[in-house]
Design a protein around this ligand. Sequence first.
Ligand SMILES: Nc1ncnc2c1ncn2[C@@H]1O[C@H](COP(=O)(O)OP(=O)(O)O)[C@@H](O)[C@H]1O
Ligand SMILES: O=P(O)(O)OC[C@H]1O[C@](O)(COP(=O)(O)O)[C@@H](O)[C@@H]1O
Ligand SMILES: [Mg+2]
Length: 342
Amino acid sequence: MRIGILTGGGDCPGLNAVIRSVVRSASAHYGSAVIGFRDGWRGLLEDRTTPLDVTAVDGLLTRGGTTLGSARVAPERLRSGVPSMKGVLAAHGIDVLVPIGGEGTLTAAHLLSQAGVPVVGIPKTIDNDIDGTDLTFGFDTAVSIATDLIDRLHTTAESHQRVLLVEVMGRHAGWIALHAGLASGAHLTLVPEEPFDVDEVVRIVCERFDRGDSHVIGVVAEGAVPLPGHMPLRDGGTDEFGHRRFTGVAQQLGAELERRTGKEVRATVLGHVQRGGTPTSFDRVLATRFGLHATIAAHEGRHGQMVALRGTEIDLVPLADAVARLKTVTPSRLAETGAFTG
Ligand SMILES: Nc1ncnc2c1ncn2[C@@H]1O[C@H](COP(=O)(O)OP(=O)(O)O)[C@@H](O)[C@H]1O
Ligand SMILES: O=P(O)(O)OC[C@H]1O[C@](O)(COP(=O)(O)O)[C@@H](O)[C@@H]1O
Ligand SMILES: [Mg+2]
């Protein structure tokens, strides 16, 4: 068998570990070949490939990023390119395509699957917002990095009796904010799922200082928004791929808090450092298991599926179900922060 593989969307730690796992398991268990398409869907549209054998994936387990490269392509270009992508796959004799990506890449994978291409998807994203799987790889690493950095912000905030707002990634889902906030003892966590009440944030800040606490740490997901009418938030419009452009919610909320509380506020945007570097051992294991089970599914003819973590086992879920909705933070998970807020 010949397997095609590509990595799409934002990179994350563990992508290289999956590539290695697919190549190693395809070779060891089935004697199958793996061909990589470069830069996500763009490489498939433009017929840019790289052969992947066991030697080529040597050392990839621990390396961050993706050796195949990743890129975004306007969804319209992708939809109109389905016939030519099928042509490229046929020309390379690809039996099964294994796209590794977030909800966007997996939506495109579903599109190809519906067009008759045998596909087995693998969910990646630091955002952990893919439905049908308990976790995506990359998330644990991002939370670990964010937690470590927030721990460091506690000490400098204490020294200066400041409010420190930490902006973490999370476009539609606040999983990183929720977990990094709980892990680092944040006093306040704001997520995209629940527009925040600025009066309530002001109250929490004032209360902490009034009772003699030295500082405030607030974790703010980049996609968090205020309740309508509470404070202005600049509109950045959308980019060419349909993604909302963020304008720095932590910094804007910080200015509002300084004005209303009289306290010194600093905003720190963690940004792409959350996506860089080597994966945690948890993500290495999850990525390796996803790669192995995707390879098995590909050889067993279980197509139109995505590998998924359910409890401790790796399962398959229909791609159609996985991309039907995003997995966002539930009100009950958010309510768990209540006892630790303020
Ligand atoms: N609705 C869609 N239909 C077809 N292709 C899509 C769709 N959404 C995303 N894609 C393709 O998948 C790529 C990656 O999606 P994106 O949302 O940027 O990242 P991720 O896969 O990490 O969620 C996009 O650049 C685009 O080529
Ligand atoms: O690197 P870019 O293109 O600025 O994208 C940033 C976005 O990508 C992410 O890091 C990961 O999102 P995806 O996994 O969906 O690509 C988001 O948290 C963030 O909003
Ligand atoms: Mg995504």
